[in-house]
Design a protein around this ligand. Structure first.
Ligand code: NAI
Length: 330
């Protein structure tokens, strides 16, 4: 995005009172970045271990309602699953004309689970980076990419405030960028990742394991080959640095030939149709309703799916291997 004339707002925003509601993955990193950029930050949190960490980091910590009451800009950085109820109980009552609420994901605002009053500015700054990364790159003087959008411009200042906050978070530094987006687009691309390749990869790896071990491969060889060696992370790194297909250059020609001739076999018309249908279920709210229903009915399907996924023989073999390798959690 172009920097435009947001600089007019920058000093004004820097002088306003900001509260970070939720001091977790994103909350801590964003609070520290803004404070180091000279912004005026307090933390609003329930009385738990996160509040303790915020105090240790030197922030003034108060209850969510009080923090929202005395702030002009509210970063809403608690898990998406609990935002709707916390918004009604602790945020809505303390909101007033001219305040700005900042989301880090599109989900709740897009589906209308959280609908701030019309006299409040609503913006989204959704980092394309995990929480600790947001802090790590800032400390190294670098930026990070984010999808940004104005949901509600109550007083004509929303865009300026959004870009000023991007600057404060370090987004415009080298390596970073703010991509103009929408709550709809952020929700679509975020969920579609989870509903397509991320989930499919897990189950495709399982199928690979079944086939290869049935043909005499050892579980250790398969697990190391698929993800245990860390090569997968290196490929992802090369994709980021070189490009999706350009990173093929780092593989042997045998590998390139194999990937380019066999890869397409797995993306049939049926798979494309499924991808499209799942995208529609994200956009029309069908998935969100299903997930909401699952949560209010106690999370049975999730619990059962987790249990079923842990019953596969690969899990035990993985534990055995990871114990030998001294990996985390074993
Ligand atoms: P998190 O799980 O780290 O949040 C923990 C914080 O939420 C703590 O301060 C805790 O006190 C508070 N909290 C938890 N349950 C609460 C409740 N019932 N009532 C009040 N406070 C409660 O959250 P995370 O992962 O930082 O996500 C925050 C937002 O950032 C979400 O909208 C998420 O979609 C978005 N996001 C997260 C990314 C990540 O790396 N995790 C990446 C990009 C966006």
């Amino acid at each position: 995005t172009s920097l435009g004339n947001y600089r007019d707002f920058y000093e004004q925003v820097k002088a306003s009172r900001i509260c970070i509601v939720g001091y977790g993955n994103q909350g801590r990193s964003q609070a520290l970045n803004l404070r180091d950029s000279g912004f005026n930050v307090v933390v609003g949190n329930i009385d738990d271990s996160y509040a303790e960490i915020a105090r240790k980091d030197g922030f003034r910590v108060m209850g969510i309602q009080d923090a929202v009451k005395l702030s002009d800009i509210i970063f809403f950085l608690i898990p998406d699953e609990v935002q709707a109820s916390v918004f009604e109980s602790d945020i809505r009552p303390s909101l007033s004309k001219g305040k700005t609420i900042v989301f880090a994901s599109g989900y709740n605002y897009f589906y209308g689970f959280v609908s701030p009053p019309p006299d409040v500015n609503v913006i989204m700054i959704a980092p394309r980076m995990i929480g600790w990364g947001v802090r790590d790159v800032y400390v190294r003087g670098m930026g990070f990419p984010a999808l940004v959008a104005v949901g509600q411009d109550a007083d004509g200042r929303a865009e300026g405030i959004m870009l000023s906050l991007c600057e404060g978070l370090g987004i415009f530094r080298s390596g970073g960028c703010a991509v103009r987006s929408s709550f709809r687009e952020e929700t679509l691309v975020d969920l579609l990742t989870e509903h397509s390749w991320a989930g499919a990869m897990l189950f495709l790896f399982r199928a690979y394991y079944d086939v290869a071990t049935s043909l005499g491969a050892s579980p250790e060889a398969v697990i190391l080959e698929l993800y245990g060696s860390g090569e997968l992370a290196e490929i992802a790194e090369s994709m980021r640095n070189m490009g999706l297909f350009k990173q093929l250059r780092t593989h042997s020609t045998t590998s390139q030939y194999g990937q380019l001739t066999r890869g397409p076999l797995y993306v049939t018309d049926d798979v494309r149709k499924t991808l499209y249908n799942e995208a529609i279920k994200i956009l029309n709210g069908e998935f969100a309703r299903e997930w909401h229903q699952e949560q209010v009915s106690g999370g049975t399907v999730l619990r059962m799916s987790l249990r079923l996924s842990s019953e596969h023989p690969m899990e035990r073999e993985e534990e055995r291997l990871y114990r030998i390798l001294g990996r985390e959690g074993n």
